[in-house]
Ligand binder design. Structure first.
Ligand SMILES: [Zn+2]
Length: 216
């Protein structure tokens, strides 16, 4: 099956257009690596780490993954994240492992998930947590309300109110919530989605919550 798909949709690098892979090793190495941004001391979210700048080849790849069902790019993105955390942020990785951090993706509302067929953040997170040996719990959070897409025509001030109160903790984990949690999303724009999810977890007694995104 993948052979037929390769003929119909040959994999071409989003950066240099060379055939073979959606992101060739050279273009992967050219992505801009970012640094950790701590939040205000009183915030629910301790801080966030957006691995790469959200621009050029990576921006196009993420867009096509989300809107054109480019689900076989999951492996490339998962490897990219695993490589970046291992080589650029090894101290984070050891801290997460030593302190039993559990990673969970930002959930999609079931209606949206059904429309798209998959939650790209879930698939990517499953891939790189396996590679890195991090604990992964995909269903820690629920999205209880359907919200307008964040990227489309919403003023910055409207973004937080759009997602405030839309998350809830899965009741089956209420008594056994991990002390430290990493919330993963593909893109960090204003951070309103991750902040709203962090607030929900903090209210249930989670100690440290860190945001991790592929790009921002
Ligand atoms: Zn390339």
């Amino acid at each position: 099956m993948s052979g037929i798909l390769d003929l119909l949709f040959p994999r071409v690098c989003y950066g240099c257009h060379r055939p073979g892979s959606y992101l060739c090793p050279r273009c992967s190495s050219l992505l801009t690596v970012q640094s950790f941004s701590p939040s205000q001391p009183d915030a629910s979210l301790y801080g966030h780490l957006s691995l790469f700048a959200y621009k050029s080849s990576l921006k196009k790849l993420i867009h096509d993954l989300k809107y054109h069902f480019l689900s076989d790019s999951i492996e490339i993105i998962g490897q990219l994240i695993a490589n970046s955390i291992t080589s650029d942020f090894p101290h984070f990785l050891s801290d997460w492992k030593n302190n039993n951090y559990c990673l969970t993706p930002v959930p999609l509302h079931p209606l949206k998930r059904n429309w798209r067929g998959f939650n790209q953040s879930d698939l990517i997170a499953k891939n790189f947590t396996t590679k890195l040996g991090l604990k992964y719990t995909p269903d820690l959070l629920f999205r209880t309300h359907y919200t307008k897409p964040q990227v489309k025509q919403l003023k910055k001030s409207d973004r937080f109110s759009n997602v405030a109160g839309v998350f809830s903790v899965n009741p089956k984990y209420l008594l056994t919530l991990p002390k430290n949690i990493i919330i993963f999303d593909d893109v960090f724009t204003t951070g309103s989605t991750i902040k709203a999810a962090a607030k929900t977890l903090k209210e249930k007694g989670v100690d440290t919550i860190i945001g991790l995104t592929l790009a921002g």
